[in-house]
Each structure stands twice: as C-alpha cells, then as structure tokens.
Write a protein that binds this ligand. Structure first.
Ligand code: SAH
Ligand code: SF4
Ligand code: F3S
Length: 455
C-alpha cells in the first residue's frame, strides 16, 4: 500500500546498523513516507537498535520510552523497534514498551512493508523475529538516495558463527550469509555514479566472506571493487585475527584503492582470557600475523578492539593486554568494559570482575593508548598525506595563519583513517588533496594543502 506522512529513524550501534537504517528508509520511502529529522513531525518512528552492550540496549529502551506520552496525544503514530534488541527481545519488548506497534528483527526487513499494512488496517501488534535465508536487497534503482555523502557503508555479509563467549551477535544476527559479488558490485557502481568516493565493506568477519556459499574469496572481492570507476578508497571491517590470510595482506599491498589500514580486534593480550573468550588464536599467533602483515605492508596503520574486565580477568591478565599494546603500538583502539549479555555464555562464567575495577582498568588502558596515538600522530608531522575531503569543520585551530583567516577550515581523512583539518578556499567535498601535516593533536592532525604551501 502507499501512504503519506513522515518517517523518523533513530540508529544506535554499529556501521551495519547505519547501512540497515538506510535500507529501512528506502522501504519507508517506497510506502510513501518521507524522511524527517524532526521526531515530532513523524507518523512512523523506527528505532534501529543494538544489543552489543547493556548501555546500547538501555539507550533503545530509553528512546522508545518517550513515546508512551507522545502516542497518547497521537494515537495513529506507528512505533517500531527494529534490529538487534528487537531480535533478542521479541514479544518481551512489550513488557517495557506496551505501546510498540512493530518489533522487527534483523532478518525481517523484506516483510516490513506488509507489517505496516497490517498495523494500518487495525492489527494491534506485529512481532517478526523469523530468519531469512538471504540478506535483504534494496531495489538497485533506489540504492543511492543520499547523494551528498561521499563515504558509504556496504554490507557484504551478515551474521556470525564464531561464538565468542561474550558476544550476542551470533544470536541476534543469525548464521553467517554473504551477498553475491554481483549484487555488491552493482550497489557500489550505483553509489559511485551518484558521487560516492569511498566505500567501507562490512561484515562481522569479512575474511570468511563467501566461504559458505562457495563464492569468490574476500581478497578477490576487493580486486573486483577496486576496478569500479569513481571509487577512490576502499575500507573494510571487521577482520578476525584467526582468519587473516596472506592473500588479504597482498591485496592491501597491491590494490591502489584499498586503504593501508587494518582494524584487527585482539580483545585481550592474555592467553588465558583469549581461550575463555573462544577467540581461536593466542597472543603469539596474533603477534605473528601482525609481524607477517608488516612484512607485506610496512607502513600499515593498525587499530583494534579491547575488552577489559572479562570474567576471571586478573590484574596479571590485564597487564598482558597492556604489554601487547606496548609491543604493537596501535594507531588507535576502541576499548570496552565487559558487559554481561544474558544470551552469551560468559554471563554464566564465575569470577565476574567488579564494576569499579573494570572502570579503573578501562581508564588506565585508555591513558596508555592515548600516548601511542599521540606519538603516531606526532610522527606524521612534516609528512604529506592524501586526504579525502569530507566537509567543513567548525572550529579554527590555534595557530591558524592570518593569511588563511578568510579561508574555510575543511576536514577530511587520511588513508590511515586519521581526521585531518586544513584551511582552503578551493577544496570541495569529495576531492582528494595532498596535505602537509604541521601539527598533531591527540585525535586529529592539522596541515596545509601543498599548493598553499608553495604560494
Ligand atoms: N565482529 C567483530 C566485532 C563485533 S562487536 C569482531 O569480531 O571483532 C564490536 C566490539 O564490541 C567487539 O570487538 C568487542 O570488543 C566489543 N564487545 C562485544 N561484546 C561485548 C561485551 N559483551 N562487552 C563488552 N564489549 C563487547
Ligand atoms: Fe561477536 Fe566474535 Fe562474531 Fe565478532 S567474531 S561478531 S566478537 S562472535
Ligand atoms: Fe550492535 Fe547488532 Fe551491530 S548488536 S554492534 S547493532 S550487529
């Protein structure tokens, strides 16, 4: 059916959810709903949720909690909980949010429209947490709605079968399934035609892309995406250390558009904890892979994810993690305090770490990493980096040369994913320009475009 009205979509969680929200937006458009940024104007509100940690889950409940009152004033408003919390909670979602209209699981996108029809024709509630054998494919001719974005995410696979003991993803995203290379390439071509310059290929474990389906391998997929005209940069996330192949290292080295950056979550530097996490590698194999990677790609930027305070993590285990950070010197990292997820086995492991202790370890680790991040950034002063321009940045840096006072301060990212600010009155969003780095800050770099410097 076709309706008219406004749709508001609120996204919590990972990059894959950002991608999914775009697809939900396309479905809503095809049902006649126009997107709005004003929640009060909305006739349908979708909260695309994440359940990776307790905090993310609570954010969803607190956002949707606001609609108890709003729905009383506007009874026709359709309130939808979508994504990972929806998949996890199913019917239980109504206990805290009795006025929800649709609970849309992670594999129910293709049926979203029919559920809206059901609610519009008087049905009280719909819960859909059924599995789907295939990843939802949006209509290709509408795949590039938001034309002013130069960087976009493209999901290449969903689900995960690694069953790390702390993680909900295998339970909320289901079994691993990959899209065909043809669909992926078709989508990226459309994005490129609409002006997109950078794509990030997404999967919970991109190294096992296509394996179950007998498709081409992930490095082979990178070769195909590298051939797409108009795309200038290719990123991908996430790689699992246990499956990092030499072919992938070679692809990163040889393909001009693939960024010289790898996000390789290690989670812990302690073998005892890695075993309990069921990560499938040891500290030594992780280090070995990094060593091999650096042989292929000497200047590669590295980032990682760490969990502190996993059940039974001792001070010694934690120190092993700090040691690993010292040994590798990552460019950046995401660190999280372990969060109990009732569907994941670790919730029932003995020796849970005290919350205050977790927070102390987290702060300590972040403090240490800050030094490395700053060191890495300082090491780039004087170097020239290719920066893909993303937009203007609001704040002018201290030391902004008066000659450039009249210029805009622009912002972009380097190949290694560092934020770079620079003055320019010529750069346009989507340009790739050379910036000579002058100053380094903990979370960004600042420099001049080469052409300005030679003036
Ligand atoms: N598939 C990716 C990551 C998915 S989730 C991978 O395997 O690396 C992103 C990050 O969230 C994880 O790398 C992990 O560091 C963190 N995470 C997952 N479950 C968590 C939990 N229960 N508590 C705290 N952090 C968690
Ligand atoms: Fe979760 Fe592990 Fe799968 Fe990553 S690999 S999504 S951490 S189960
Ligand atoms: Fe969160 Fe689901 Fe992504 S749990 S991290 S939104 S896959």
């Amino acid at each position: 059916m076709k309706y008219s009205g406004y749709a508001y979509i609120y996204t919590i969680g990972c990059q894959m959810n950002v991608y999914d929200s775009e697809k939900l937006g396309l479905i809503l458009n095809s049902y006649g709903f126009e997107r709005t940024d004003d929640v009060h104007k909305a006739d349908i509100v979708v909260c695309n949720t994440c359940s990776i940690r307790h905090k993310a889950e609570e954010k969803a409940f607190s956002f949707l909690g606001r609609f108890a009152k709003i729905k009383k004033k506007k009874p026709g408003l359709i309130v939808v909980m979508a994504g990972c919390v929806a998949q996890q909670e199913g019917e239980r979602a109504f206990v805290r949010l009795p006025y929800l209209d649709i609970v849309l699981g992670t594999q129910a996108f293709s049926r979203f429209g029919q559920h809206i029809d059901a609610i519009k024709s008087g049905q009280r509630r719909v819960v859909d947490t059924r599995d789907a054998p295939m990843i939802y494919e949006a209509l290709p001719e509408t795949a590039c709605m938001d034309e002013n974005k130069i960087s976009r995410f493209v999901t290449i696979m969903q689900g995960c079968e690694n069953f790390c003991t702390y993680c909900v993803v295998p339970y909320v995203r289901g079994r691993e399934r990959s899209r065909t290379p043809e669909k992926i390439v078709q989508e990226i071509r459309l994005l490129a035609e609409s002006g997109v310059k950078e794509v990030t290929l997404l999967g919970q474990n991109v190294n096992s892309y296509g394996q179950k389906e007998g498709e081409i391998s992930f490095p082979e997929l990178l070769f195909r995406v590298n051939d797409i005209n108009g795309i200038q940069r290719i990123r991908f996330a996430t790689s699992h250390p246990k499956d990092l192949s030499v072919d992938l290292m070679v692809a990163i080295r040889d393909l001009d558009k693939v960024c010289n950056h790898l996000h390789l979550p290690v989670q812990s530097g302690s073998n005892h904890i890695l075993r309990k996490m069921n990560r499938g590698y040891t500290r030594e194999t992780y280090l070995d892979r990094i060593f091999n990677l650096k042989k292929h790609c000497p200047d590669i930027a590295l980032s990682t994810d760490i969990i502190v305070g996993f059940p039974s993590e001792t001070r010694e285990d934690f120190n092993d993690t700090l040691d690993l950070l010292r040994e590798i010197e990552f460019d950046s990292l995401y660190a999280f305090a372990y969060s109990d997820r009732s569907s994941a086995p670790a919730a029932r492991f003995p020796h849970q770490v005290d919350e205050t202790e977790k927070r102390d370890r987290l702060n300590h680790l972040l403090e240490i990493q800050e030094r490395y991040t700053e060191q890495k950034n300082t090491g780039l002063v004087g170097k020239t980096l290719d920066v893909l321009v993303e937009g203007t940045s609001e704040k002018k840096r201290e030391g902004f040369d008066p000659v450039q006072e009249h210029m805009e301060q622009m912002t972009g990212r380097s190949e290694s994913n560092k934020v770079v600010h620079f003055p320019s009155d010529q750069a346009n969003i989507g340009d790739m320009i050379k910036i000579r780095i002058k100053n380094a800050y903990p979370h960004s770099l600042w420099g001049y475009p080469l052409e300005l410097e030679t003036k």
